[in-house]
Design a protein around this ligand. Sequence first.
Ligand code: MG
Length: 470
Amino acid sequence: MKTTRKLLLTLLLALLAGNTDAATRPPNFIVIFCDDLGYGDLGTFGHPTIRTPNLDRMASEGQKWTSFYVGASVCTPSRAALLTGRLPVRNGMMSAKRRVLFPDSSSGLPHAEITIPELLKEAGYATGMVGKWHLGHLPDYLPTNHGFDSYWGIPYSNDMDAQQGFPGYQKKGKEDPNYFAPIEQYQVPIIEGKNVIERPADQHTLTGRYTDRAVEYIRANRRKPFFLYIAHNLPHIPLYAGKDHLGKSRRGIYGDVIEEIDAGVGKILSTLKELNLDRRTLVVFTSDNGPWLPFETHGGSAGLLREGKGTTFEGGMRVPAIFWWPGQVAPGTQMEMGATMDLLPTFCALADVKPPSDRKLDGYNLAPVLTGKATESPRKSMSFWRESQLYAVRAGPWKAHFITEGCYGIGPKKEVHETPELYHLETDPSEKYNVAALHPGVVEELKTLAEGLRSAIEPAEDQLVKRIGD
Ligand code: MG
């Protein structure tokens, strides 16, 4: 009796203190999203000269996914896919004419789309974002109009607003793996809420400042469920590293950048541990697309995967991914298929929020696989769109390419294949050996899958082509 009374008193005191913790509180979600980080750029994914001890530990304590995809191989559509759980071809965030949004773009993510923070907000979550947005820089399209309570970061890529009269970055970068450009070369603004607070952004200190703001956000919101989206604008070129990291890696400035991001991950995870939030927070670390290979040593590595950013080969759309949630996520290496579009349904399931039912989602709930309750991923296939065209499909281990093309006019020219190229991604992850002639039955199955997708998806009105003053 005495014990029961004591327990009730403790609960009452906790409630009065606003600490409604207990078992009923839904988990926090943190997504750490890098820009142009390649599949092979982390220690835990095999890089020989970049040190990532924090991500390596996160991977060994959590689940490392080796077959995790993005919705598109360039920034804007990939971010739209992550936040909406839908293929960008469905909402016009994909364009044949301009592949991403630019400072003269007049549009952004359509308001009819439903984002992860909008869904979680309805369930009482605090929602914050730091970092690169790239889904519309005009006030109407900024994060605070798409479900985030707060925003601090740059509105588009860090190489935009480029000024004349400076040395060519690509040329200088090729000459020197440690080169960094004067910050005045890129007049990229920092926006807080809807206001420009700094221009040009001091890009040397951005990664460190994103981490500091993320840590502050976690501390300020530790008593309620929160969703925090940390979108690093690096290692997208131009590369800059803070003073504690500059010149410290063996991999040139690209390695310095990754090691600084890694140190930030360490600070975020140790803050969660310090505040006893580690066992109630799912942290996801991944990238928006593959490495930007034409920048040579200033671009990353897709490891053994073929090609990089801008293409529908594996190096363009398969990215490193780590899920961490002590006590909930079953540690290990996960070889089943997943994608950034799966995060929305997964978070909804874990937060007990209904995902939108009035539209087609392209994601699946990965929670059972993450927690070890299921061994098979609900994702059995992946489609690889470029602009409004379906270039390739994957089903199980098989991937068929109907169209192949290098990135941004570099590399192989666009080629339409009457008989698709066929690769077995488990025995041939580098897409080296076209085995279409050996497996005509598989080719037919994948053709049917692709035809079904093409006829089911009507590309939406192109939002990326719209310019201010049109
Ligand atoms: Mg990118």
